[in-house]
Design a protein around this ligand. Structure first.
Ligand code: ADP
Length: 297
């Protein structure tokens, strides 16, 4: 009887085990089929959860959360590419128009000079745009290689000098507020660029007769640098938007054409890469205060 029952028992146990394993793993199979269907072109599909509250449901939830993040990142990349193409097209179209005008008929040397001058302006805008795009891509991909002690005081004094030079002839006063030492570690060149972008904006957007003040020092366990201006301020609805690439508010677009709309995005990427924050407090009509906070070393 044993000789007959043992093989029978083994056979039944094997068949039962295989059945249970197949049933238990079939949701995994369904999941991987769904995951294979999801491609970069269509990230909208989600892996269905069975509602059993077990490990497989948790896995489905985790994968779905990852898909949500991936989808958002893809949308952002697509929007960025479209915006960048649009921004490149504007000076390129201007360039073509200027060259066509120059070639249409024989021109006097004066006219050629004028055409060349505006060609140069369009090329300069393109170069600025390319440089800003490169800086943004470097900062947001963590391409900060040089890391060492940063002299906060020297950083602020350098920005003060640059701001004063920029303010010349604009009737804007750039001055130094309180500066106290606070140790910071990071890429001094990149941080200088972030701060210069803030100072540059403060000077450019503040009308004649206004003031820009730089200060730095320890605050709540951070090293803080702030740039305060008495310019037009930013409406509450736009306060977060200004950090997005290519966003230029109506007033800035109307006033001048210099900016690329990438300055604040670059500054925020650089500060974020240093595990810090870049924020703005602003009162429309009274001015803005941009604050960089960096971890103290
Ligand atoms: P831009 O090249 O246009 O200066 P930024 O990214 O540096 O690009 O700034 C985005 C927009 O934020 C600007 O176009 C302007 O509308 C607004 N902005 C930036 N700094 C200030 C400021 N200090 N005061 C008022 N508006 C500002």
């Amino acid at each position: 009887m044993l000789l007959a029952l043992i093989p029978l028992g083994l056979g039944l146990a094997t068949a039962g085990g295989a059945l249970v394993a197949r049933r238990a793993l079939s949701p995994v199979g369904a999941m991987s089929r769904t995951a294979r269907r999801i491609t970069a072109a269509d990230l909208t599909e989600r892996i269905p959860a069975r509602g059993a509250g077990d490990e497989l449901d948790h896995l489905a939830e985790t994968l779905n959360a990852m898909l949500v993040r991936l989808e958002a990142a893809f949308v952002q990349v697509r929007r960025f590419a479209a915006d960048a193409a649009h921004e490149l097209r504007t000076p390129l179209t201007a360039l073509r128009g200027e060259l066509e005008v120059g070639l249409r008929a024989d021109r006097s040397p004066e006219e050629y000079r004028r055409v060349l001058q505006s060609v140069l302006e369009s090329v300069e805008r393109l170069v600025r745009l390319a440089e800003d795009l490169l800086a943004l891509s470097r900062a947001s991909s963590g391409g900060l290689v040089r890391s060492g002690p940063v002299d906060l005081e020297a950083l602020v004094l350098g920005a003060l000098d640059a701001g004063a030079r920029l303010a010349q002839g604009r009737g804007v006063t750039v001055r130094l507020g309180a500066v106290e030492p606070a140790g910071v570690t990071g890429d001094a060149v990149a941080l200088e660029r972030a701060l210069l972008n803030l100072v540059d904006n403060a000077v450019r957007y503040t009308p004649s007769g206004g003031k820009v003040e730089l200060s730095a020092g320890p605050a709540d366990g951070w090293a803080e640098i702030s740039v305060q201006d008495s310019g037009p301020g930013i409406a509450p609805a736009d306060v977060e938007r200004v950090f997005d690439p290519f966003v230029r508010l109506e007033a800035a677009r109307a006033g001048e054409t210099e900016g690329t709309g990438l300055g604040l995005a670059i500054a925020r990427s650089i500060v974020t890469a240093h595990a810090g924050t870049l924020t703005v407090e602003s009162t429309p009509g009274a001015g803005s205060r941009f604050t960089i906070r960096l971890p103290r070393s």
